[in-house]
Each structure stands twice: as C-alpha cells, then as structure tokens.
Design a protein around this ligand. Structure first.
Ligand code: IPE
Ligand code: IPE
Ligand code: MG
Ligand code: MG
Length: 356
C-alpha cells in the first residue's frame, strides 16, 4: 500500500460547493466564471503552501498542521468571486485571499484553545497534540505571516488587515465575557457573530474588489453582503455544533456549549423559558450537564444536547440563518446583473444549506 503525506486538501469540486453546477448557472459566462474560480483556488492553495514555510522545524510542522488537515476555503472563494467585478483573479487578489485564509487559520488555533475543542478539520486540535503554549504560538506565527503578506500589498491592505483582526479579536473577547447587565443577550450575541466571523468574511469580499481594481462603489454592497452571510454562516455553525455527525463536521458535538458558549438555540430557549415550563427544565439540564460540567461527555450531556437539537428553537435558529442569507442577497442590489451576482446569490444559499 502506498502511503502519501497529506497535502493541503480542499473539497473536490468548488463549482458544486458553490452551487455553480446547478442548471440555473448555465451560460458560457457562468461556466467561465466557475472555471476561473477553480483555477484561482488552486493558485491560493499553492500560495498557502509556499507562504507557510519556516526554517525552524517545530514552527513549520505546527503551523502547517491544520492547513494540511483541510478546510472549505470559503473566504478565498468569496474574494475570487468579487474580484470578477474587476480585473479578475490577478496576482494581488491571490495574495490577499491567501493572507485572509492564513488569518482565518491562525484564528482556528487560538479558538480551539479558548473553546477547549478536541477536534478541528477531522483531526485532533493543535493543543491536543502539542499543548496550549505551542498552539497559541503557532497561531501567532500564522498571524505574523498573514501580516507580512498584506504588507507586500501596501498600506491599504495593512489597514484592512489591522481593522479586521481587531474586530475579530473583539468578537472573541465579547463572546468570552458575555453581555453586560443592561444588554439584550441576543443583540449582544449577533454582534459577536458579526465581529468574530462576519468581519473576516466581509474583508475577503472587500479585498476581491480592492485588489482587482473593481469600481470602488461595489465595496459597500459586498462588505454588507459578507457581514450578513458571516452571521448566517456562524448561526449554521451553532446548529452544526449540535450535530450528531462528527464525521461530517470534523468537530466534537456540543463543543460550544461545553465551553460555556451560549449559542442562539440556547438563547432562544432561555427566552421561551419565561413562559414554558418544559423549556425551563431543558435549560436547567443544559446548564448543569453540559455547560457547567467541565467539558464532560456524559450520557446526560449527550441527551440534553440531542433534546436541544430536536427542539423548535433549533428550527427557529435555522430560519434566522436563512433570513440573514436573504438580507445578504438584498445587499447585492447595486451590483450589475450577471454571473458574479448570480454566483454570490447562490453562494449565500449554499452557505445556509451546508452540513459541514
Ligand atoms: C470555522 O470556519 C470557524 C468559523 C468562523 C465558523 P470554517 O467553517 O470556514 O472552517 P474551515 O476553514 O472550513 O475549516
Ligand atoms: C470561531 O467561532 C470564530 C473564530 C475562529 C474567529 P466558533 O468557536 O463558534 O467556531 P468553531 O465551531 O470552533 O469552528
Ligand atoms: Mg470554536
Ligand atoms: Mg469559539
């Protein structure tokens, strides 16, 4: 049997991931766009592998570990798509998409430490393999490389990177500290999602415009689109956190809740608890058996998570995610009709239909 080292994998067909193989996506221009995105994503993968080389062996191994484990490349895909409103996937667009994916990758190393997550991209998370300090430092090395790469693109790129990273960190910080006493927990939560996830997805969409020399008036609509699909994407992530299929998600079910993060299904359940005794009971079970049980994977925890998954509040969360995706599509109104707008619309729909 031939054993091969893992390479930076991504899912096989981006056109089907994006819904670009659908029948509605059938003109020659549509097919040309899909082919160009495929090629662009291959270029991003090559560029990721080229940028993430460290002379130091431990730095090299740890920083490439999660890259080699896979990833959907949602953010580069979006940058490549919006770049087709300008000159297309020119080298600076590939560089910016690479830097954004490296920033995302770095944030995953840190997030798994904070969430005490056992698995990421189907493999043991970095701190499970090397411990917290090395996982945090590997994330820091990746952030440095992302910044160096943005530096090569000039002052505008450096500002975009700095502003985006600050928002991402504030999102993670506000998730960690929770809402203030006078703050509505759901408003607080949606702001956390926009900051920790929407900011980077919006920056991906925006960088496609900036670095392809597309008309500046397209920046605002694609940023709004990115922010809103970011919230939709993260709400789906919250529902997937309850999924009983870890082989699809590559994560351990209930990781968010076990880490004490009250995701939207639980926040909606707490709301219902004001008038519904069964909701009160389930909230109590989730708080005792999942959130305050130091990450335990007990039968009681599994049963409370599956009760939440089956509860109407999870259907409500899915419906809210679809609402955010529809609002994202509304933001695209100022863009010209054509393949890019069609693909972005399909992209928003695909994101809320995802199961991994
Ligand atoms: C995971 O993002 C972290 C979130 C912000 C939800 P992705 O779901 O894009 O992760 P990969 O890159 O495909 O692993
Ligand atoms: C991840 O959020 C957000 C960032 C990495 C900035 P989550 O903690 O909800 O995402 P997963 O479920 O671990 O991917
Ligand atoms: Mg996490
Ligand atoms: Mg987290």
């Amino acid at each position: 049997m031939k054993l091969t080292a893992p390479v930076a994998r991504r899912s096989p067909s981006v056109t089907s991931q994006l819904g670009l193989s659908d029948r509605i996506f059938s003109t020659a221009a549509d097919r040309g766009l899909a082919a160009s995105i495929e090629t662009g994503l291959d270029d991003v993968t090559t560029s990721l592998l080229g940028e993430l080389v460290f002379a130091d062996e431990i730095a090299n191994v740890t920083s490439r570990y999660l890259l080699n484990a896979g990833g959907k490349r949602v953010r580069p895909m979006l940058a490549l798509l919006t770049a087709h409103l300008g000159d297309g996937t020119v080298p600076d667009v590939i560089r910016a998409a690479t830097a954004i994916e490296i920033t995302h990758l770095a944030s995953l190393y840190h997030d798994d430490v904070m969430d005490d997550a056992d698995k990421r991209r189907g493999v043991p998370s970095a701190q499970v393999v090397w411990g917290n300090s090395i996982a945090i430092l590997a994330g820091d090395l990746l952030f440095s490389r992302a910044n160096q790469l943005m530096g090569r693109l000039g002052e505008r790129a450096v500002r975009l990177q700095g502003d985006t990273f600050e928002r991402l960190v504030l999102g993670q910080l506000h998730e960690t500290v929770g809402p203030a006493d006078d703050q509505d927990p759901i408003d607080h939560y949606i702001q956390v999602l926009a900051d920790k996830t929407g900011s980077l997805i919006a920056a991906a969409a925006q960088s496609g415009i900036i670095f392809s020399n597309a008309p500046a008036e397209f920046e605002e609509p694609v940023v709004l689109f990115g922010e809103r699909i970011g919230v939709a994407f993260q709400l789906i992530d919250d529902v997937l956190d309850l999924s009983p299929q870890p082989q699809e998600t590559g994560k351990v079910p209930g990781t968010d809740l076990r880490a004490g993060v009250a995701t939207l299904p639980l926040l909606r359940l707490r709301e219902r608890a004001a008038t519904d005794a069964r909701a009160v009971d389930l909230v109590a079970r989730l708080e005792a058996d999942v959130m305050n049980s130091k990450g335990a994977t007990t039968e009681a925890a599994d049963s409370a998570i599956s009760a939440l998954r089956e509860h109407d509040v999870t259907t409500q969360t899915l419906a809210e995610a679809h609402g955010w995706a529809r609002d994202a599509v509304d933001a695209l109104k100022p863009l010209p009709q054509g393949s890019v707008k069609k693909a972005l619309t399909r992209f928003a729909e695909t994101i809320v239909e995802r199961s991994s």
